[in-house]
Design a protein around this ligand. Structure first.
Ligand SMILES: Nc1ncnc2c1ncn2[C@@H]1O[C@H](COP(=O)(O)OP(=O)(O)OP(=O)(O)O)[C@@H](O)[C@H]1O
Ligand SMILES: [Mg+2]
Length: 350
């Protein structure tokens, strides 16, 4: 393994997963990938609420996967993270950073000193008074939610070198493929409870939305409709394609999945419509999906028909070399949609 490596650690609602990348002259190599399923209820809608079992799962992940060190970059995406477009008077980067708390305190849903703030410039614009402005994305995360993730890693014996917005990790691992034919695309990472939507042009983020919905909502609907435990509903949902299609049970599962998937697609469409109205000059030309929830049977087709855009499954591993990960081709194929976040977090540490 090369000397210089970075590890991205993603605490999701259902799973903790991590990817280790090494950097060399020949490019970037995936050295290790692993994941451990979290005990139910320990992470709620992307927020750690029961740190001890989460830390234990991270420890288990480290001992099972054999990462080469214990320094990690982590992600954060939940209800207490806000991302919005903002136009500020132009100023040099360090001045901007220093003045950010005063500039944004009126928009925040939390006290400014309870938030971790960042601003990502997109483009310079000319304001109404003819002065230079800076248009960009404001990120404000509740300090508590960031600390909860960091402390989980520390309890597991790791040290966290930085915390990144999960949507930006998705952008880094999947948003490198726009070219002359596609200028602007939407990346959508569908988790169990959290869906990250990022619209970007050639890697520059234009719009970010963190939606509290995902594959678990579909499972919950199946579970409720059929009056069965969640685990059984999860199995039925995942096996929709190979199920015995003549049965009443199949029809009921199919209806529950269809209704929830359509609600989900409508929500995504609403976000993209909002983006389109606020940025008419850079329309989304295609959608690239990732995350475990993106595997739902029929989701890609529904999304395509609702948005009238091409929808494809993203591959965060496509521009990486594959090292001695211990995973065979079939396993790597399974990992693909799940790796967008941890790979993107590790890429941020270059
Ligand atoms: N084959 C499949 N068909 C349908 N859904 C699937 C399939 N495989 C996984 N899923 C769904 O993917 C979801 C988990 O996705 P993922 O592992 O990306 O979430 P997470 O990172 O743990 O959670 P989050 O990002 O929401 O915090 C679950 O809801 C699960 O039902
Ligand atoms: Mg996730």
């Amino acid at each position: 393994m090369a000397g210089r490596t970075a590890i991205g650690l993603d605490i999701g609602t259902s799973v903790v997963r991590a990817a280790e990348l090494s950097y060399g002259r020949g490019g970037i190599t995936l050295e290790r990938f692993g994941q451990v399923v979290l005990p139910e209820g320990t992470v709620h809608d992307g927020e750690v609420i029961d740190p001890l079992p989460v830390a234990a799962s991270i420890r288990q992940l480290w001992s099972a996967t054999g990462f080469s060190h214990s320094k990690v970059v982590m992600g954060v995406a939940n209800q207490r993270v806000l991302v919005r477009q903002l136009e500020l008077p132009y100023m040099p980067p360090n001045e901007l950073r220093a003045s950010l708390p005063f500039q944004v305190q009126d928009f925040l849903p939390m006290a400014v000193d309870a938030a971790v703030l960042d601003f990502f410039p997109i483009e310079e614009t000319i304001g109404e008074n003819g002065g230079r402005n800076l248009n960009g994305l404001l990120v404000a995360a509740s300090r508590d939610t960031v600390l909860a993730n960091v402390q989980c890693a520390e309890r597991a014996g790791l040290s966290c070198t930085s915390v990144d917005l999960t949507s930006f990790a998705v952008l880094r691992s999947m948003g490198r493929h726009t070219g002359p034919d596609i200028e602007t695309e939407a990346l959508i990472d569908v988790g169990a409870r959290v869906t990250n939507v990022v619209v970007h042009s050639a890697g520059v983020p234009r719009f970010v939305r963190i939606l509290l919905m995902g594959g678990q909502d579909v499972t919950d609907a199946v579970s409720e409709r059929l009056g069965i435990p969640s685990q059984q509903a999860e199995g039925l949902k995942q096996q929709l394609l190979i199920a015995d299609q003549g049965t009443e049970e199949f029809a009921a599962v199919q209806r529950a999945v269809a209704t929830t998937a359509q609600e989900f697609v409508d929500e995504i469409r609403g976000s993209l419509d909002y983006y389109a109205a606020s940025s008419p000059g850079s329309p989304v030309e295609r959608i690239v999906i990732s995350g475990g929830g993106s595997r739902l049977e029929g989701l890609q087709e529904r999304l395509a028909s609702s948005t009238r855009l091409p929808v494809l499954a993203g591959d965060p591993l496509s521009s990486l070399r594959i090292g001695k990960t211990g995973l065979d081709d079939r396993q790597l194929d399974f990992v693909k949609p799940l790796a967008a976040v941890p790979v993107g977090l590790a890429l941020g540490a270059i």
